[in-house]
Design a protein around this ligand. Structure first.
Ligand SMILES: Cc1ncc(COP(=O)(O)O)c(C=O)c1O
Length: 493
């Protein structure tokens, strides 16, 4: 974007308003109009004074006033930067202007919105990425909570080791046939992504990431200042991957290879092997994010990159969010002990211990055989819902309105809309009609996805799926789409 031409700012010496306030007002208007955007550097106070033929004091006072309003932020030795658009909330203190430049990279609210929407009972949410809530083993969890409190008393509520409670580390290790020392318990998989970013990335480093790929990973790596290079996992063009490695010297490759978020697709084992060979040749760490592999409809779990890796270059992240309950906030990471140790030290900085009682409960849930039984129920229900969604699409949508990739598990249908239909327009119209979903754009690091949507089938009962798809069908048939609600959904473009 072209920078603003500051010489066009008109100041009037004969006006009652002080010159510095006029200058401040002009810059504020430019920020509101988007002529100056967050992150943009203003000319130095001295240069601004020369450009406008005013005293340096006028420029200094104008910048101070803008800073007090939270619109710019000064950095010693680097200059003054636009920090945010004007705050229309009338907040008594302009906190937004105090936010560090690094934190401004974390502005996109889409993930929080997606998480929040899962609790809204008014909506038919094809956006929420959660397992069938009706299958949640609430009673068993209740018994395990009670049992742990009875047997262990207050110890069940004290802090545990940062690496995780030995009971849970052992239970995970036995399930995945690794040693407990190779397991780091996490407060959710998202924490694992954040730890890896803080451990392996410096600002300006490159990460190779699925295209399309998981929004939470995109946001976390971006917030760490990384440059993201997308790799189309479906096409799996290894020449392209090698080019990316040679061009950018990435710090790691991130992939969600099984029932991927958002496409629902699974990387075949031969492709996994080839990926590992290439990564080993270039000594490239691979981060395997794997929340969905236990959710195959037929109960088979595809061999993970971690299991296939003889080189110890894979860091594996698992989570109980998708197979048990996201609200427990428990996941885990498996890797070589050296990196586990480093990651645990970083974890300690803001999460001394993942919640103890929850860890004991999940450990009991696994060792008591409940997880395996629960997974059978969950897979069955998810398969029903998947079939219901496919049948509803067949029933309610005119052929050609929407196509999708079939899946063998997971939670998502990755759909392509008929040419000319923009996913954002459809979402606006749909949410006015009580249906929401995730738009394709938010999963793409380098553009694209405007005609794609991700429909999650797992969290909606079959009858509601049918109703939701019926409403989408009506909207897709109506031309043009009605723009009834504007501005209530934060949509990253
Ligand atoms: C690929 C992927 N990784 C990580 C997460 C976050 O999981 P958790 O709830 O355990 O933080 C999600 C959630 O949707 C996901 O899809």
């Amino acid at each position: 974007m072209d920078s603003m031409d500051f010489t066009t700012i008109q100041l009037n010496r004969h006006e009652g308003n002080a010159l510095y306030l006029q200058l401040c007002g002009a810059l504020e208007r430019a920020i509101v109009a988007g002529d100056l955007v967050p992150g943009e550097r203003l000319p130095s106070e001295r240069d601004m004074a020369i450009l406008l033929g005013v005293s340096r004091t006028t420029a200094v006072n104008a910048y101070r006033e803008l800073e007090a309003r939270g619109l710019v932020r000064g950095h010693v030795g680097r200059g003054t930067f636009v920090s945010a658009g004007p705050d229309t909330s009338g907040a008594p203190f302009a906190w937004r202007g105090k936010v560090a430049v690094g934190a401004l990279r974390t502005e996109d609210p889409s993930l929080r919105w997606l998480a929040g929407s899962s609790g809204n009972r008014e909506l038919i949410s094809f956006a929420a990425a959660v397992a069938a809530p009706e299958c949640m083993p609430v009673e068993i969890i209740g018994e395990l909570v009670e049992g742990n409190l009875r047997r262990r008393g207050s110890a069940a509520m004290l802090l545990g080791p940062t690496e995780g409670m030995p009971e849970l580390r052992r239970a995970i290790a036995a399930r995945r046939q690794v040693r407990p020392e190779q397991v780091l318990v996490l407060s959710g998989a998202q924490q694992g992504l954040d730890l890896i970013a803080r451990c392996l990335l410096d600002p300006g480093d490159t990460v190779i990431i699925d295209r399309p790929g998981y929004l939470g990973a995109i946001q976390t790596f971006r917030a760490a200042g990384a440059h993201l290079a997308g790799w189309d996992v479906e096409r799996a063009d290894f020449e392209e991957l090698e080019d990316l490695i040679l061009r950018y010297r990435p710090k790691f490759l991130y992939t969600n290879p099984t029932f991927q978020n958002p496409t629902g697709q699974t990387m075949p084992v031969p492709v996994r092997r080839e990926l590992l060979e290439l990564a080993a040749r270039y000594r490239l760490p691979v981060v395997e994010d794997d929340p969905y592999s236990e959710l195959s409809f037929d109960g088979q779990r595809v061999t993970s990159l971690y299991e296939l890796d003889p080189y110890h270059l894979v860091i594996y992240i698992g989570t109980f969010s998708k197979v048990l309950a996201a609200g427990l906030r428990l996941g885990w990471l498996m890797a070589s002990e050296a990196i586990i140790d480093q990651l645990a030290l970083i974890k300690q900085r803001n999460d001394v211990s993942s919640q103890t009682l929850g860890q004991l409960v999940v450990a009991g849930f696994i060792t008591g055989g409940h997880l395996d039984r629960h997974l059978i129920t969950l897979r069955h229900e998810h398969r029903q819902r998947y079939r219901a969604m496919c049948a509803s699409i067949e029933r309610h949508l005119t052929p050609g309105q929407l196509s999708y990739l079939p899946v063998d598990g997971g939670m998502y249908l990755w759909c392509t809309l008929r040419a000319g239909v923009d996913a954002v327009d459809l979402l606006r119209a749909a949410s006015a009609n009580g249906v929401i979903f995730a738009i394709g754009e938010i999963f793409n690091v380098d553009g694209g996805g405007r005609h794609r949507v991700r429909l999650s089938f797992s969290s909606v009962p079959s009858e509601a799926i049918d109703e939701g798809v019926r409403r989408l069908g009506v909207l897709l048939d109506a031309q043009p789409l009605a723009h009834e609600i504007a501005g209530t959904i934060p949509i990253a473009r």
